[in-house]
Design a protein around this ligand. Sequence first.
Ligand SMILES: NC(=O)C1=CN([C@@H]2O[C@H](COP(=O)(O)OP(=O)(O)OC[C@H]3O[C@@H](n4cnc5c(N)ncnc54)[C@H](O)[C@@H]3O)[C@@H](O)[C@H]2O)C=CC1
Ligand SMILES: NCC(=O)COP(=O)(O)O
Length: 326
Amino acid sequence: MIARPRPIALTCGEPAGIGPELAAMAHTRLGTEVPFFWMGDPRHLPGGIRIVEIAHPSETEAAIARGLPVLRHDFDGPVTPGEANPAHAQGVIDVIARAVKYAMVGDAGGVCTAPIHKKALKDGADFAHPGHTEYLAALAGVDHVVMMLASETLRVVPATIHIPLSDVPAALTEALLRKTIEITNEGLRVRFGIARPRLAMAGLNPHAGEGGAMGHEEIEMIAPLIRQIRADGIDITGPHSADTLFHADARARYDAAICCYHDQALIPIKTLAFDEGVNVTLGLPFIRTSPDHGTAFDIAGTGRANPSSTIAALRMAANMAVAGGA
Ligand SMILES: NC(=O)C1=CN([C@@H]2O[C@H](COP(=O)(O)OP(=O)(O)OC[C@H]3O[C@@H](n4cnc5c(N)ncnc54)[C@H](O)[C@@H]3O)[C@@H](O)[C@H]2O)C=CC1
Ligand SMILES: NCC(=O)COP(=O)(O)O
């Protein structure tokens, strides 16, 4: 990286998960390459690592060569790796809100979030959102945002996110799809520097409905909508059969695949690029990235967590911040 962006705020995420150890590993591997500071309780970090406490993001650059810059957020009660403590839930939520404030006023170049345990936040603090994506939209005061998972080999967008599969057909409205496609198109231009993005829309049903023989959503809604959106000037094709949309030749024909539901999008990318995939929220007034994995309670505290996705997420946020002048 040539230019230096403003520092990226890395949130602690679920303290009992792998987030704190990944922050320490990312700092060790990245050194000063990406200016970032970690927000959380320093007692949750692995023992023996060098940290430098800071009081404001602007102190990151002066601190980062000496240790992991830590902007302190105290939590109540101890951490047991792999076991969420309900007393920590509100702190996890508050750290995200603090990070967003820094990004909204321009003190941080963007926010990179470590994984949260969604059920632990609901149980411990009555968290009203399915995940970061929706919470960040609420904090920013925007109606609709888009979740994109991005890697060198594939970018995917699930149009519906954390809802039961049985609710997908009803949730997949024309308005939702149009908004998702428009935000994705704009996000690829603004955040990824692709002048004229090429999009591909997956069908909902097997064989994209096979002309109505295997489902009607494609002929009744998705295909006419895609034709309209193409006429409006967005380079989009489809609906395509999802089963043949992710092999190498197919991937070469688009910059992002718009998918109908969570697993249609996340299975291909986590299969192809689990270690480097980055979750990006498009449509926010600030940059947000995240590793593509969860809290990994089964390996938390063992030192076996792979920091590659967190490193990729920090690099991506910093590169986007440089490109956007943040
Ligand atoms: N952005 C976020 O906040 C995300 C949060 N989650 C949450 O995480 C929790 C656990 O979700 P799971 O479905 O179990 O997925 P998970 O990603 O936490 O774990 C799935 C498997 O992958 C392994 N794994 C995950 N990250 C790894 C890493 N960096 N290095 C090595 N192995 C790794 C785990 O050990 C586990 O065997 C849930 O509450 C879920 O909602 C899941 C995805 C994203
Ligand atoms: N499965 C992806 C995921 O859970 C990410 O959710 P979010 O917390 O980034 O909204």
